[in-house]
Design a protein around this ligand. Structure first.
Ligand code: C2O
Ligand code: CU
Length: 515
């Protein structure tokens, strides 16, 4: 609880320094760890740590020669999230989160998406190295009543990926309704390690929500007509719910053995950043042993006390409950929040156990990218613009329909390099090229690239091995960061965008084309 004070102040200071955006209704009035506005539930929240953790079922895969085939149906269904209340969700196979899809390197996946919902949808495999026609470009809509096949070659290292809706202008509300799930992709390198598996591996999809008085999901859409995009202006910074769900369960409890667990953590929140810590920490501390990040295993395990995750980021973490006496209640806390959204998960150590798992000192040999080989350096500024005074964004916006506010005072729009989505390619890297991409921000913006994974450069200009391969980078207000990225895989058009889903829906996205 004490750790975040300095970060609070740092973030607030940077936000205030971003003069262009000061004075807007959704901006932090005080210290804040996420950009966005808290949305409160209108009914009493259940007491913490009373509901059991559930783990989504695994998707059934059919085999067609070398390919695995998976059918998923987007549909709405009743869900039991709060005790005694039925909540309508829209999920893959009617589940929130969707089924976990287990894939293996060398086995391509064909995902047949049936849209049984009344709204268009798009599916994106986040972290997938996917040809452009199956990557879920935001306007490649799967219309109600139709089916579409996505082909994922999955020629990539083992990693915790995820799939979610990516509909143009509607990703925020669509993911909020429930359209997200895990993809756990493995390979021989990972399989040989002996990491905790079976009951000792827990996929944990974390997301926040708010509920109305009837227990339905509450999203502050600008219009009651679901065909109208956008959120109410107060939520333009992002929608932050007051209930934190783990696999769709509010602050659950899990009865565990005193053995190692592998937690496949995913921040699937629209806008909330999380800082995860164990309470109490085990004797000697460093109870969270990070073994992997967005793009798979690190070279070596990295013991730590806290892990920060922004929207879209993943962490692969070993927690050894054998370090606690049987009978201990170990809470995984989000120390960025003091309220109910701070109570993530209770791991109750109820019994001793035999632990056959291992966590080797060498996990993998990730190839470090060499920034000296970069063919190009490009810069991308993620910032809010007001489109008065002839800014370049205004003309483009008039066509795209993005942004908010009345034309007299100018509209507000989240931009990349001053331009809203739809303004054309911001980069045309060569297939196989290594480039340096430099990002800067006004507020918190988790920056995500499709197709290309990257490595983060430290202040010394060298790759930071502790961050591993990434596809989403958590950037604080007023930050600059550099990554070295290689455009392997496929030619074609892809997007980069902010993974704060309200920012993404309000145009903080850009095209790049691999040529
Ligand atoms: Cu997780 Cu383009 O998104
Ligand atoms: Cu953003």
């Amino acid at each position: 609880m004490t750790v975040s004070r300095r970060q609070f102040l740092g973030a607030a200071g940077a936000a205030l320094a971003a003069g262009a955006v000061a004075g807007l209704p959704f901006l932090p009035l005080g210290p804040q760890t996420s950009t966005g506005t808290l949305l409160r539930s209108d009914l009493p929240l259940p007491p913490r740590f009373t509901l059991p953790l559930t783990v989504p079922p695994e998707a059934r895969l059919l085999t067609d020669g070398p390919t695995d085939v998976c059918d998923l149906r987007v549909r709405s269904a009743p869900a039991s999230i709060l005790p005694g209340v039925t909540t309508r969700i829209t999920g893959y196979d009617g589940l929130f989160p969707g089924p976990t899809i287990r894939t293996r390197r060398g086995r391509p996946l064909r995902l047949r998406l049936h849209n049984d919902d009344d709204r268009p949808t798009v599916l994106h495999l986040h972290g997938g190295r996917t040809p452009p026609d199956s990557d879920g470009y935001p306007t490649d809509l799967v219309r109600p009543g139709t089916v579409r096949s996505y082909d994922f070659p999955l020629r990539q290292r083992a990693a915790g990926l995820w799939y979610h809706d990516h509909t143009m202008d509607f990703t925020g509300p669509q993911v909020y309704r429930g359209l997200a799930g895990h993809v756990l992709h493995t390979d021989d390198e990972e399989g040989d390690l002996g990491l905790p598996a079976g009951e000792q591996e827990l996929p944990l999809l974390l997301c926040d929500r708010a509920f109305d008085a009837d227990g339905q999901l509450k999203y502050p859409a600008r219009s009651s007509d679901p065909a109208v995009p956008g959120v109410q202006e107060a939520f333009m910074g992002g929608v932050i719910g007051d209930v934190l769900l783990v696999n769709g369960v509010p602050s659950p409890v899990h009865e565990a053995a005193a053995v190692r667990y592998r937690l496949r953590l995913l921040n699937a929140c629209n806008a909330r950043r999380l800082q995860l810590e164990l309470d109490p920490p085990p004797p000697g501390g460093a109870g969270l042993v990070r073994i992997g990040t967005d793009g798979g295993l690190l070279g070596h395990p990295l013991p730590t006390d806290r892990i920060t995750l922004a929207s879209g980021e993943r962490a692969d973490v070993i927690v050894d409950l054998g370090r606690y006496p049987v009978g201990t209640d170990v809470v995984l806390r989000n120390t960025f929040d003091r309220g109910p959204a701070g109570e993530v998960l209770l791991l109750r150590v109820v019994r001793a156990g035999r632990d056959e798992s291992r966590v080797p000192d060498t996990l993998s040999r990730p190839e470090p990218l060499d920034p000296a080989r970069a063919e190009a350096v490009r810069t991308f500024a993620f910032r809010l613009e007001r489109t008065t005074g002839g800014s370049a964004a205004r003309d483009s916006m008039a066509h795209s329909g993005h942004g908010m506010g009345d034309p007299g005072t100018g509209a507000l729009v989240w931009t990349v390099n001053g331009l809203p989505f739809g303004a054309g390619d911001v980069a045309t890297p060569r297939l196989g090229a290594t480039e340096i991409w430099r990002f800067s921000t006004d507020l918190h913006h988790p920056v995500h690239l499709h197709l290309a994974h990257f490595q983060v450069l430290g202040a010394d200009g060298r790759v930071d091995p502790d961050q591993g391969w990434k596809d989403t980078l958590d950037l604080l207000p007023g930050a600059t960061a550099q990554v070295v990225v290689r455009f392997d895989g496929y030619r074609g058009r892809y997007v980069l965008h902010c993974h704060n889903l309200e920012h993404e829906d309000m145009a903080m996205m850009a095209d790049f084309t691999v040529v």
